[in-house]
Design a protein around this ligand. Structure first.
Ligand SMILES: [Zn+2]
Length: 312
């Protein structure tokens, strides 16, 4: 067995959040995913814990009054309902940890060519409000932080079934950060924002058409912008069994999608920081099996034989 594995960023607090029974968010998926990776032979010591982001760090994308109200638990009830989680200390700490996790994933990707975060993709968080289970926008935060350090251009390639609306608006005036979203037009949010590249596919989009759209979009974006880093949101809520997504994409096609994204970047020597993004199924084993496709692709592209242990 080859021991060459891409860095994997994880923290146990990702799944540590008490939610009301029957809450639709599958909060246990992060732990389930790590356990599935341990089960196929990823050493426990291989998982990296990132430093949590500090509330003050978020001022590069979020209004300080919003961050302060969220962190102190004084955000009003309506704004919390828009986010979709009840407020708790756990919610804030796991969110700050996830933001730090995506930034660290990008740092490790820049150093090693590829890194994968077992969280991330909170693309519905805006400047002064959150929505759709997103408090702080890890993708926008990471791209802006890297830009301040002189890294760029950065391409955010978002394949979650929901449009990356928060990311698009937060980065609308950042020419060195390219936002791209391929999503289902009929899915949330009803009111879409303008990314630099948007394709809203129809609910009856065939798997072949979906893969062609992804491949052609990525080829064009990599050629036009020559990014120094790709932040890849590998959301699996495009899956046919997803509780929220309206597309009908199979696990095998998600496997092909993730493989083609990572391979296309690898062929052009562009580092990729991947996040798992959305995925909503009450059956955690079934959901984990779909999220694992990103890791299969990452292991394959990184030259590790462990990818073969993951079923498509
Ligand atoms: Zn989503």
């Amino acid at each position: 067995m080859s021991q060459a594995l891409p860095p994997l960023i994880y923290h146990p607090c990702y799944s540590e959040l008490a939610l009301p029974e029957r809450h639709r968010y599958p909060i246990g998926k992060y732990r389930a995913l790590q356990q599935a990776l341990l089960a196929i032979g990823v050493p426990a010591a291989h998982f990296t814990e990132a430093p949590a982001a500090l509330p003050a760090d978020l001022s590069c994308i979020h209004a300080s009054h919003y961050v302060e109200a969220l962190c102190s638990g004084t955000l009003d009830a309506k704004a919390m309902r828009r986010i979709g989680f009840p407020w708790s200390e756990q919610l804030i700490s796991r969110s700050l940890q996830s933001i730090g996790g995506t930034l660290h994933t990008a740092e490790l990707a820049l150093a090693q060519g590829l890194a994968v975060h077992l969280s991330g993709g909170y693309h519905h968080a805006f400047h002064d409000f959150g929505s759709g289970f997103c408090l702080f926008n890890d993708l926008a935060f990471t791209a802006k932080t890297l830009k301040q350090r002189g890294v760029g251009p950065v391409l955010i390639f978002d394949l979650d079934v929901h449009q990356g609306d928060g990311t698009a608006l937060l980065l609308a005036n950042e020419p060195e950060i390219i936002t791209a979203s391929i999503h289902c037009e009929k899915n949330f949010p009803a009111r879409k924002q303008h990314s630099d590249w948007d394709i809203g596919v129809a609910t009856n989009c065939s798997e072949h058409e979906y893969l062609e759209t992804v491949q052609q979009s990525l080829d064009s974006l990599l050629t036009w912008y020559r990014p120094e880093l790709v932040l890849y949101d590998a959301g699996v809520d495009v899956h046919k069994n997803d509780d929220l997504g309206l597309l009908s994409i199979s696990t095998a096609t998600i496997a092909q999608r993730d493989q083609l994204v990572l391979e296309s970047c690898r062929a052009k020597h562009i580092p990729v920081a991947a996040v798992i993004g959305g995925g909503y199924q009450r059956d955690l084993a079934a959901l984990t099996a779909v999220h694992l496709q990103l890791f299969k692709a990452a292991f394959n592209v990184f030259g590790s034989s462990l990818g073969r242990e993951i079923k498509t």
